[in-house]
Ligand binder design. Structure first.
Ligand code: ADP
Ligand code: ZN
Length: 750
């Protein structure tokens, strides 16, 4: 560690040193004041002592000038005189300062989500604070090195000197490999002063993507859209474009052109995907187009890769980064384009800790650096459509599938008339279609968005239902893992043969289907099929996913059964039939976006069918065939559906025509939570265009052992909710174990 005190002689005089504000990854309202002997640039990472612990913080500068005044949090200075402040302990070595735009972004996310700025900084510091980044040391030879006469130049030493370069630094291991001698020989030359130390560029990113490596021949329509996107990148101004196009229309191909344009002008690109499992297929496709892999960023990476990537993003070496929403917090220094693929996906919303929406914050991130944004979807969110209508976003459309591929033909199977026998879940109509598809050498997919074997287990003797003691939820049987699992907390219990309530043996029966049960039924019904099961809890890593994708692409399997992971942007040309086991799932509950989301999900699953030469078919099993969602899917008419949705939301000022914020009060005792929620409600803001609904017990009234009550703040669109909330909640500070969480623009209403 470089001690700041090493550079300047220590003086304990009263007014010695400078006041610096340091943001630390802790839930304080703002930065803390420390003392430094030397001036420190904002963004510098420093070791500071907090209480008795040493932690890493970041020297904080002015808040972003673009932050609206309503979002500014008044900063209280500590007021302590300089001589009572602690000195910072030192500068974190080998780490470049956090770029200003990233610091401004941290302030923005904190102010918008009403989170402590330190907790947002913590996301950005996950890599640099985790033990520092050691530079990789390599060796170069000086162009006019003279080997001293005392030094015996053996053939192996000669070989090393020949492999060493005067320009490119090679590590000891690399030199030893290139020259075919042991590392000891290399070290000997270093000791003799014949090789000089030099820091090595991270080899992983030495290969840059080439904008002109393998461009596709675009159709006229695609080329027009691509030109518009390219233009948007070239203006180097902040601008958002919605790229809407049916599944298989070439959206990815088209936004690749915008990426190429951004590369040509020497800038960096960030591409967000809604699920990390999608990165493998995306990366392969990217490499085929650009001749080099992009940098990848998500939680599943090893520490070493993370560090290298972090540094390469900061140095600008990593030109294209593809990743999950946390990639927004990487230290880009030259960002020119942000792409949000499948922008309508609710997985972009972070529901715990700092609650932010990846799509919305991507737009903020881009605006802070004047970058272009492309939002991509076949079924854009209502929020994005509203922005298009109000002229805030541009709109580009691809109306048909590429290469003459037809959109799949959709049919509804009314389960009231065509249901299967008791205890089974696949309609005879769907089974016949699967038979036919497999017989023709094509692939079929059965989709059910529910993990495990059965969502509910009931005792036939006493009626007891197996539930989670920590949550208001049923325990879900996972037969393959031999456990009951709660899908809301981490609780798992071994499967039981007797009822835990009445003790009756073999009386527990599964109610309803999960994807494992569909797999069991399919194995029995299609014994010849080569079956692959893809559930989001078993296929978690991009590597496992890549293997599954390979099996499908090569035709090793012909019947795919899965949860929502199968619905994503996959391209499987031989897949011609998609069967949705329970299309109604997701329509229940009082969720504002239940219908919109179900439509988007089912349209996306349907979009997996018929992407190759053979036309595709989609069959939806439903008990509510007259529902607007089913009709929209049947007619492939989403515009009418969205217009109807809009008409329902507009009068009540529901988003996107108004704004929402949820306040969630939780405590260990139900009465405590309820009382405090009522107390908060009494202080609710009273003003035109603002309404507070609740408190009411949350649908998940008990979660991880805490009782929960919800209030919902609803305002007209023009009203900023943050200042309202800050003022309101400041009047009711929670005590003894009561927690108040605020969720701005909530997506989940559980
Ligand atoms: P989307 O992202 O809209 O689902 P994709 O970009 O994945 O569509 O395109 C669907 C398929 O069609 C992909 O296999 C893609 O490579 C192919 N494709 C699209 N446009 C072209 C083109 N102009 N030339 C060659 N292949 C294309
Ligand atoms: Zn639970």
């Amino acid at each position: 560690m470089v001690k700041a005190s090493d550079t300047v002689p220590q003086k304990e005089e009263k007014d010695q040193g400078l006041r610096v504000s340091v943001l630390v990854p802790r839930p304080f309202a703002g930065p803390l004041d420390y003392r430094s002997e030397i001036p420190l640039h904002p963004g510098t990472l420093v070791h500071v002592t907090l209480g008795k612990r040493e932690i890493v913080g970041c020297v904080w500068g002015e808040v972003s000038p673009s932050l609206p005044s309503g979002l500014r949090i008044p900063q209280k200075r500590s007021g302590l005189p300089l001589h009572r402040l602690r000195y910072i302990d030192g500068i974190v070595p080998h780490i470049p300062p956090l770029p200003e735009s990233l610091r401004h972004f941290v302030d923005w996310v904190a102010a918008y989500s009403l989170s402590a700025p330190g907790m947002v900084l913590a996301i950005a510091l996950r890599v640099p604070a985790s033990g520092g980044i050691k530079p990789i040391i390599g060796w170069v030879k000086h162009p006019d090195t003279v080997v001293p006469g005392t030094f015996r130049l053996t053939p192996s030493r000669q070989a090393v000197l020949e492999s060493a370069s005067t320009e490119v630094a090679y590590t000891t291991a690399e030199l030893s490999e290139r020259s075919g001698v042991s590392a000891g020989v290399v070290r000997g030359l270093v000791q003799a002063g014949l090789l000089e130390e030099c820091s090595v560029a991270k080899s992983a990113f030495l290969q840059s993507p080439q904008p002109d490596y393998a461009p596709p021949l675009l159709s006229d329509i695609q080329a027009n859209v691509a030109a518009a996107l390219v233009h948007s990148v070239e203006t180097k101004c902040f601008e958002v474009t919605l790229l809407e196009g049916v599944t298989g229309s070439g959206k990815t191909e088209v936004y690749f052109e915008a990426i190429a344009a951004c590369l040509r002008q020497g800038q960096q690109v960030l591409v967000l995907l809604p699920e990390i499992v999608l990165t493998a297929q995306w990366t392969t496709r990217f490499a085929a187009r650009f001749g080099a892999e992009p940098a990848v960023w998500h939680s599943d990476l090893g520490q070493k890769t993370r560090r290298e990537t972090w540094c390469a993003v900061e140095s600008g070496e990593a030109r294209v980064v593809v990743g999950a929403r946390s990639a927004l917090f990487l230290p880009f220094t030259n960002l020119g384009l942000v792409v949000v693929d499948e922008e309508h996906e609710s997985t972009y919303k972070q529901e715990e800790g700092v609650m932010y929406h990846g799509r919305d914050m991507a737009i903020v991130r881009a605006r802070l650096v004047d970058a272009a944004v492309i939002l991509v979807s076949a079924t854009p969110s209502m929020e994005t459509m509203a922005n298009v209508e109000q002229g805030r976003y541009r709109h580009e459309r691809l109306e048909s599938r590429h290469g003459g591929a037809q959109l799949p033909a959709t049919s509804l199977i009314d389960m009231r008339h065509n249901g299967p026998e008791r205890g089974l879940f696949l309609s005879p109509l769907l089974c016949e279609a699967v038979d036919k598809t497999l017989a023709e050498g094509e692939q079929a997919m059965l989709f059910l968005n529910r993990r495990g074997y059965a969502p509910l287990t009931l005792c036939r003797a006493c009626g007891h239902r197996v539930r989670c003691p920590n949550c208001s939820a049923w325990m879900v049987e996972h037969r393959k893992r031999h456990v009951f699992a709660c899908h809301h907390c981490e609780r798992v219990e071994p499967l039981k043969s007797a009822c835990p309530e009445c003790g009756a043996e073999h009386s527990l029966v599964p109610i309803g289907p999960g994807v494992e049960r569909i797999e069991e039924e399919a194995r029995a019904r299609f014994p010849e099929a080569r079956l692959l099961s893809m559930a989001s809890d078993t296929l978690t890593s991009p590597i496992a996913m890549a293997e599954a994708v390979r099996q499908i692409s090569q035709g090793d399997v012909n019947l795919i059964i899965g949860t929502q992971v199968v619905a994503k942007g996959w391209h499987f040309p031989q897949l011609t039939l998609v069967g949705v086991v329970d299309a109604d799932l997701g329509l229940g509950g009082g969720d504002l976006r239940a219908a919109e989301r179900t439509m988007q999900l089912l349209h996306q699953v349907a979009g997996r069918a018929g992407r190759g030469e053979r036309p595709g078919r989609v069959m939806l099993q439903t008990y509510v065939s007259e529902h607007p969602v089913m009709q929209a899917l049947l007619d492939n008419d989403f515009q009418t559906f969205m217009e109807q949705e809009a008409e329902q939301r507009r009068p009540g000022f529901w988003p996107p025509y108004g704004r929402l914020a949820a306040v969630i009060v939780s405590a260990q005792h139900e009465s405590q939570a309820e009382q405090f929620a009522r107390h908060i409600a009494l202080k609710a803001p009273q003003q035109e265009g603002v309404q507070v609904l609740g408190p009411a017990p949350a649908p998940l009234a008990l979660l991880r052992g805490r009782y929960r009550f919800r209030l919902l703040l609803r305002t007209r669109r023009g009203i900023a909710v943050q200042p309202l909330l800050r003022h309101w909640l400041a009047q009711a500070k929670p005590t003894n174990g009561i927690k108040v969480d605020v969720d701005i623009d909530p997506v989940s209403f559980m």
